[in-house]
Each structure stands twice: as structure tokens, then as C-alpha cells.
Design a binder for this molecule. Structure first.
Ligand SMILES: Cc1ncc(COP(=O)(O)O)c(C=O)c1O
Length: 381
């Protein structure tokens, strides 16, 4: 059987990883500034993560959501404490898109409405509702185009005010737009979105799948703006590679039996992985590291004055118009550094939250050399 060929692949075959390092099958070592699409939060092969998962695997890996699973409550408690949302409720799923799908569904159940407001350059996933609120017509099949979605420009207060009415079930926005090229909703815009949702009985959904879990120096990116959404969706960094996602649900939203459900969501093994991640984020102060090392990187990148830099903490975008592909390939094949991309022009940095200052410096040196080698800046600069 052949694999369904949908992914453009690098010609690299990683076989081992540790911290922010990867090794390929030829023994080459790579610095991982991408974390496999922002998934690797606490670093590859963290010993506490391996220990917790291994111990759990030896006890019980899975049983369905028809029995008590104390690990789910332990996870909810620790997540509530570290995220600053102890009074919220947690629904556990397996991926980002599934989290988004369930959040949209809850918003629709609660309001009895169908219409969703989303934003230009958004990415929320590829399942039916998630892809419908994603601003990329190319990845939505006719089947996905039945939802009532209105796209507005991000940070356009007037447009949002004009679009809001009593038909709107929810406004969905990323904490920081990831795939769209690291674009930040401004704090005042999130406040406006929150106020308008309250005024019109709609729910505010924050997609923190890429920007959450400590990446920006706070647990969630929207916490820099001081808003409190009704629904927050999480995945990626939550399991450090183990598939798990979740929806944080406002305490006023009441569940009923059968309202939502999943076979795999919240398995013993997934909870063990997610608990290990939170314990490491707490005990190794990775949010502080994301703030400090990320701030350092952003300052140094701005000092280079060769590319527009956007982002917060360890979620950074670097615009290199016309040269993004060449730079990314140069970095990975010549300098052995993984970075991500956002078409057309943005290099994305989404390293493990444990990235050290020394590793940040290695990247900065490699980047400065690469920019000369591919003639973005003259060799004498
Ligand atoms: C902001 C955001 N939302 C949702 C998703 C979808 O997550 P998944 O690929 O786990 O379905 C992604 C994935 O890149 C994302 O970045």
C-alpha cells in the first residue's frame, strides 16, 4: 500500500531526539526551532515524560469514558491551577481540530445559533467546522462549505461591531495567528470582541492550540490582553507529541449526559503524558524561560534590521520576502536548523520552551551567515 501523498516532505529522516536536538539516520545533528509544528513544549525525550508514560503503560493505557479515570481530574486540577482557570471545566479530545469542532458545537448548543465570526488568515484545523472557520478556501471541500461563517479582517473594531448581532453563536480567534504568519490580535481588539460577545449573547472562543501552553510567557496568549473567553481550545504542546487536546469551558455552561463524546479522548496514557508536561512546565519554569529566551531572540532579531519580526515569547515570525523558501532550506540543509514556514514570506520559530540562550545564539549566528550566503544582506554587512 502507498501512503496518501499529501505532505511536502523534507529529505530528512529523524531517528533520535533529545531536548532541542534531533539526529537523522546519517548521524547529523539538528537544532529544532520548530518543535514539529509547535508540539514539542518541554523538549524531546524529557526523562520525566518518559518515566510517567512508561509507568502508566505498565499499569493501564486505556479504557473508554464509561469508567472513572482519576487521571482526568488530576489533569484538570493541575491545568486549572497553572493556566489560571481553576473554575473552568475541561473536555478532553485527541487533536486541535477536534477541540475546535467541539468548542463550535458547544457555542451553538448554548446559544441555539449557527453563525460564527472568524478572521482573515485564520487557521483552526481541517475537520468540518474547523476548516469552515479557516481562511483558506483551497482546503475546504464543498461538503465543508455549508456553515454560516463571516470572515472579518483581524483587529478591525468597526467591522466586528457592524457584523455582530443576535444571530452570532461565537467569535473565534487565535491567541496569535500561527499558520497565517504570526499575526497578533491587539489587546484592545480582544477586549472589544469580548464586550460585543457579552452584549449580543455570543461566545468568545480563543484558539490557543499553537499560542498556548506557556509559549508566549503566559499560559495563554490572550492573558496578555486580560480577556476571559467562554471557551479556550488547546492541543499541540499539551502532550509534547502524545496526541491530546482539550476545551476549557466557562463554569456557566452546563453539560448534559451525551452532549459531547469521544472514544479515545482523555485516555490514561494521554493524561499521564499531559500531566508530565504540566509538571515539567511548572518545575522547570518554562513559561519564564519562554518569556526571557523569546524576548532575547526577538530583540536580537530586531537588531539585525533585515527582516520584519513579529511575535511574543517563543512564537516568532520573520518576514523574508521572496527568500523564505531558500532561507528555510539553507537553514535546515546547510546549517542543520529546523524552522517552520508560513506562506508566502514568513519563517516561523516555535522551539521547545526549554530552549537555552546558547541555542538561541547558535541560531542567530547561523541566521546571520545564511542571510549573507543567500544574498539577503551583502557579505560585508
Ligand atoms: C491555531 C490552530 N488551531 C487548530 C489547529 C489544528 O490542530 P490539529 O492539526 O491538531 O488538528 C492548528 C494546527 O496547526 C493550529 O495551529
Amino acid at each position: 500500500m502507498k501512503l496518501f501523498d499529501v505532505y511536502p516532505l523534507l529529505t530528512i529522516h529523524p531517528v533520535k531526539a533529545e531536548g532541542a536536538w534531533l539526529w537523522d539516520d546519517n548521524g547529523n545533528r539538528y537544532l529544532d526551532l520548530y518543535g514539529g509544528h509547535a508540539v514539542i513544549s518541554i523538549g524531546h525525550a524529557h526523562p520525566r515524560y518518559i518515566k510517567r508514560i512508561t509507568e502508566q503503560l505498565n499499569r493501564i493505557a486505556f479504557y473508554s469514558n464509561s469508567v472513572q479515570n482519576r487521571l482526568q481530574q488530576q489533569l484538570a486540577d493541575l491545568l486549572g491551577e497553572l493556566s489560571g482557570y481553576p473554575e473552568y471545566q475541561l473536555f478532553l479530545v485527541n487533536s486541535g481540530a477536534e477541540a475546535v469542532e467541539n468548542a463550535l458545537k458547544v457555542a451553538s448548543f448554548v446559544t441555539g445559533r449557527k453563525k460564527i465570526i472568524a478572521f482573515g488568515r485564520s487557521f483552526h484545523g481541517r475537520t468540518s467546522g474547523a476548516v469552515a472557520v479557516t481562511d483558506n478556501a483551497k482546503i475546504a471541500a464543498p461538503f465543508n462549505q455549508v456553515h454560516q461563517i463571516q470572515f472579518l479582517p483581524l483587529n478591525d473594531h468597526q467591522a466586528l461591531r457592524a457584523a455582530m448581532n443576535h444571530d452570532v453563536a461565537a467569535v473565534i480567534v487565535e491567541g496569535i495567528q500561527g499558520l497565517g504568519g504570526i499575526h497578533l490580535p491587539d489587546g484592545a481588539f480582544l477586549q472589544t470582541a469580548q464586550d460585543l460577545c457579552r452584549e449580543h449573547g455570543a461566545l468568545l472562543i480563543l484558539d490557543e492550540i499553537q499560542s498556548g501552553y506557556g509559549r508566549t510567557g503566559k499560559f495563554f496568549a490572550h492573558q496578555h490582553a486580560g480577556v476571559q473567553p467562554h471557551l479556550i481550545v488547546i492541543a499541540k504542546g499539551m502532550g509534547n507529541g502524545f496526541p491530546i487536546g482539550g476545551v476549557l469551558i466557562h463554569p456557566d455552561i452546563k453539560p448534559w449526559p451525551g452532549m459531547l463524546g469521544t472514544t479515545f479522548g482523555g485516555s490514561h496514557l494521554a493524561c499521564a503524558a499531559a500531566l508530565a508536561v504540566l509538571e515539567v512546565i511548572r518545575d522547570e519554569q518554562l513559561m519564564r524561560n519562554a518569556h526571557e529566551t523569546g524576548g532575547y531572540l526577538i530583540d536580537k532579531l530586531n537588531d539585525m534590521k533585515v527582516a520584519a519580526v513579529r511575535g511574543m515569547g517563543l512564537m516568532i515570525g520573520l518576514d523574508v520576502p521572496g527568500k523564505m523558501n531558500e532561507l528555510r532550506n539553507h537553514l535546515v540543509y546547510r546549517k542543520k536548523i529546523f524552522t517552520g514556514e508560513s506562506k508566502p514570506d514568513t519563517i516561523r520559530l516555535l522551539p521547545p520552551l526549554s530552549l537555552t540562550r546558547e541555542q538561541a545564539d547558535m541560531f542567530l549566528t547561523a541566521l546571520a551567515d545564511s542571510l549573507q550566503e543567500i544574498n539577503v544582506v551583502p557579505a560585508t554587512a
